[in-house]
Design a protein around this ligand. Structure first.
Ligand SMILES: CC(C)(COP(=O)(O)OP(=O)(O)OC[C@H]1O[C@@H](n2cnc3c(N)ncnc32)[C@H](O)[C@@H]1OP(=O)(O)O)[C@@H](O)C(=O)NCCC(=O)NCCS
Length: 200
């Protein structure tokens, strides 16, 4: 008999979890088979900073009291960065990444973000494409000199400043990504808020 899948709940990370979350990120990246030297070079990049946790945009997915994954969003109204998204190796492929991603997009819409961007591990590109991201170029790795990473991006639908006066008449569904139909209501709300004068 197959054990029922534990329910995932998503909450903000706590400062005292910073070291354990860094360790999870390292274990998760090692899932792709990178060698020790490569992993050692990634440590700075994958370190979950207590200051980032304090800013409130490091999220963890928890199943039956155990952390199954984490995501850090660095908000920016033009292009917010997904700095970290890592699922515990034993939970990879079980929907944790998609759940964290959906949570992040809803949060980004709440924050009035126009676009999501990230530098992708090449092994994770199919996952990001499934989340509606597309490759728009390349970025130099911050950890490994000479390594280039796919730069990926997704518009999540905030109207441009010049269009915000018409936001209530514009079709938000037409601006966003079809892979996020459940965000339609939130997009409408966010667009309406922008129309109130903060747009840009
Ligand atoms: C990339 C990662 C975050 C994805 O999370 P996940 O929990 O494994 O992904 P999910 O199970 O939620 O998959 C969501 C969808 O993406 C697809 N997908 C996920 N990883 C995939 C892959 N490597 N290749 C093809 N499709 C993939 C799934 O099949 C699923 O599709 P569906 O909606 O049709 O069922 C996770 O695999 C991970 O942490 N990997 C190691 C670390 C890493 O590379 N992190 C990213 C750093 S840039």
């Amino acid at each position: 008999m197959v054990a029922p899948r534990p329910q995932l709940s998503i909450r903000r990370a706590r400062v005292e979890e910073a070291a354990a979350l860094t360790e999870l990120a390292m274990r998760s990246r090692a899932h792709w088979g990178y060698d020790d030297a490569f992993m050692a070079a990634c440590l700075d990049e994958l370190t979950v900073q207590p200051a980032a946790i304090e800013r409130g945009e490091v999220w963890v997915g928890e199943e039956a009291g155990a952390v199954a994954g984490l995501l850090e969003l660095v908000p920016d109204r033009e292009e917010a960065e997904v700095r970290l998204i890592f699922v515990a190796p034993e939970r990879i492929g079980s929907g944790v990444g998609a759940s964290l991603w959906r949570h992040m997009e809803i949060r980004a819409v709440e924050l009035g973000v126009a676009r999501i961007g990230l530098d992708a591990d090449p092994n994770a590109v199919p996952f990001y494409e499934r989340m509606g991201m597309r490759v728009v170029g390349e970025s130099a790795s911050g950890s490994i000199p000479g390594r280039m990473l796919p730069r990926m991006r997704k518009d999540i639908g905030r109207p441009l400043a010049s269009a915000s006066r018409h936001a209530k008449r514009a079709s938000p569904e037409g601006r966003g990504d079809p892979s996020s139909p459940s965000l339609g209501g939130l997009k409408r709300k966010a667009n309406g808020r922008r129309a109130g004068g903060r747009g840009g």
